[in-house]
Design a protein. Structure first.
Length: 417
């Protein structure tokens, strides 16, 4: 009985195994058929869909880097800036730099200089077109003691439209950030060039020997400002300068402030300011400066009067009184104004009479002034930017004549207005 049951059990087990195997094979076959159909559908879809076009690279012609500073000591910074810019552009997808030899060849064919392309926009665009460039790129910089102001400029060859990106600092990241802005302008996507590796300095003038400044001034306890910072007071003795020692080479400004009513008058506009000097200190140099501060009213007095004459009228001096005066001055807008004055004296039986003719710029006028025995008569008129005054004094034995021309656009104390 047990044997029979065992045989049945084995037969059932065998049948069960066959059923499982058959079911598994069906599932594998079904899966294979499904995958085949799916792959076929994908292949058919790929065959019927249009292929994506690759993005064309923006062609860039790099012109040069220009040092805008007059100090040749910073010329080396241009090489650093150019190297960093070219490195950033070459590692940018979709930006293609035009070979420098191609640029040199076109310049030679057109008989042009590389430096001239920056100044001559028309020639630059022409060269860019011959090179097949989309954009022209160049850079400018100004170096300070430990920083640089870097400006990258780009011009579209097709439209002539220009863009500029400026950064200031002392590390390589200054150039990298400018390059990021440039690439974003060219491609519409901003890359990441700046980082911890770009913190290396590109400007270093700190190792140069410091210099000094000696300021001579006649002012007593006037405030001195060096580069905008208070530095001390003037000594009050013209032969004993105020000294500034151990000053770093490079550009500096020195300003002297005494108070209201003192400084320099800027011409021709007649504006009032503290005396200030901008200078470039060379390594190890001793710079000597002299303060030009003056009393504003003394300067205004010199500017105010154009003519001031007086004489006793006699037959011997009649020719001087009959003189024609021709002069000119520069007004506050910088325009030269011609002036002509003829007094035209007449002796009427011992009584002096003036018939002056005055012209100021495009204006002209005639006047009359008669002397009265025992009295002083006067004339005071304004014509354009001038004031004309004349007087005949016959109160004493002799006849005295005074006349003057003064500017009407300048007056004493005008710095208080």
């Amino acid at each position: 009985m047990d044997v029979w049951l065992g045989l049945i059990t084995h037969e059932k087990l065998a049948a069960l195994r066959m059923r499982v195997y058959s079911t598994g094979m069906k599932r594998i076959v079904a899966l294979f058929v499904f995958c085949s159909l799916a792959l076929g559908m994908l292949a058919a879809q790929a065959a019927t869909s249009p292929a994506q076009k690759p993005v064309s690279a923006v062609k860039v012609a790099f012109i040069s880097v220009r040092n805008l500073d007059v100090d040749p000591r910073s010329d080396y910074v241009g090489g650093i800036i150019q190297g960093l810019l070219l490195y950033d552009l070459t590692r940018t997808p979709n930006v293609a730099l035009i070979d420098r030899s191609s640029l040199d060849r076109v310049l030679a064919e057109q008989e042009l200089q590389l430096s001239g392309l920056i100044e001559d926009r028309g020639s630059a665009l022409k060269v860019g077109g011959l090179l097949g460039a989309d954009y022209l790129v160049y850079a400018e910089y100004v170096a300070f003691a430990s920083e640089a102001l870097v400006t990258v400029r780009v011009v579209s060859v097709s439209s002539g439209r220009a863009g500029a990106f400026a950064e200031r600092g002392g590390s390589e990241n200054v150039v990298h950030r400018a390059a990021e802005s440039l690439v974003e302008y060219l491609t519409g996507s901003r890359p990441q060039f700046a980082g911890a590796a770009g913190e290396r300095g590109i400007v270093s003038l700190r190792d140069e020997a410091p210099g000094s400044v000696a300021l001579h001034s006649h002012l007593i306890r006037a405030e001195i400002f060096l580069d905008g910072e208070f530095a001390g007071y003037t000594t009050g003795a013209i032969d004993k300068p105020f000294m500034i020692e151990k000053l770093a080479p490079g550009p500096h400004t020195l300003r002297v402030h005494l108070g209201r009513g003192f400084g320099v008058v800027k011409l021709p506009q007649v504006e009032f300011a503290d005396w200030e000097a901008a200078f470039e200190l060379k390594p190890g140099e001793r710079k000597v400066l002299r303060d030009q501060t003056r009393d504003f009213n003394s300067v205004l007095y010199d500017l105010l009067g154009l003519l001031d004459e007086d004489l006793y009228y006699t037959p011997e001096t009649a020719a001087k009184a009959a003189k024609v005066y021709e002069l000119s001055f520069t007004d506050r807008t910088g325009v030269a104004v011609p002036v002509r004055l003829a007094l035209k004296p007449v002796d009427n039986g011992g009584l002096l009479e003036l018939r002056p003719e005055l012209s100021v710029g495009g204006l002209s006028a005639n006047y009359s002034l008669k002397g009265i025995r025992g009295e002083e008569t006067s004339l005071d008129v304004k014509l354009g930017l001038l004031r004309f005054r004349a007087s005949i004094d016959m109160r004493y034995d002799r006849t005295r004549l005074d006349f003057s021309l003064d500017r009407a656009d300048i007056w004493q104390g005008m710095y208080n207005d």
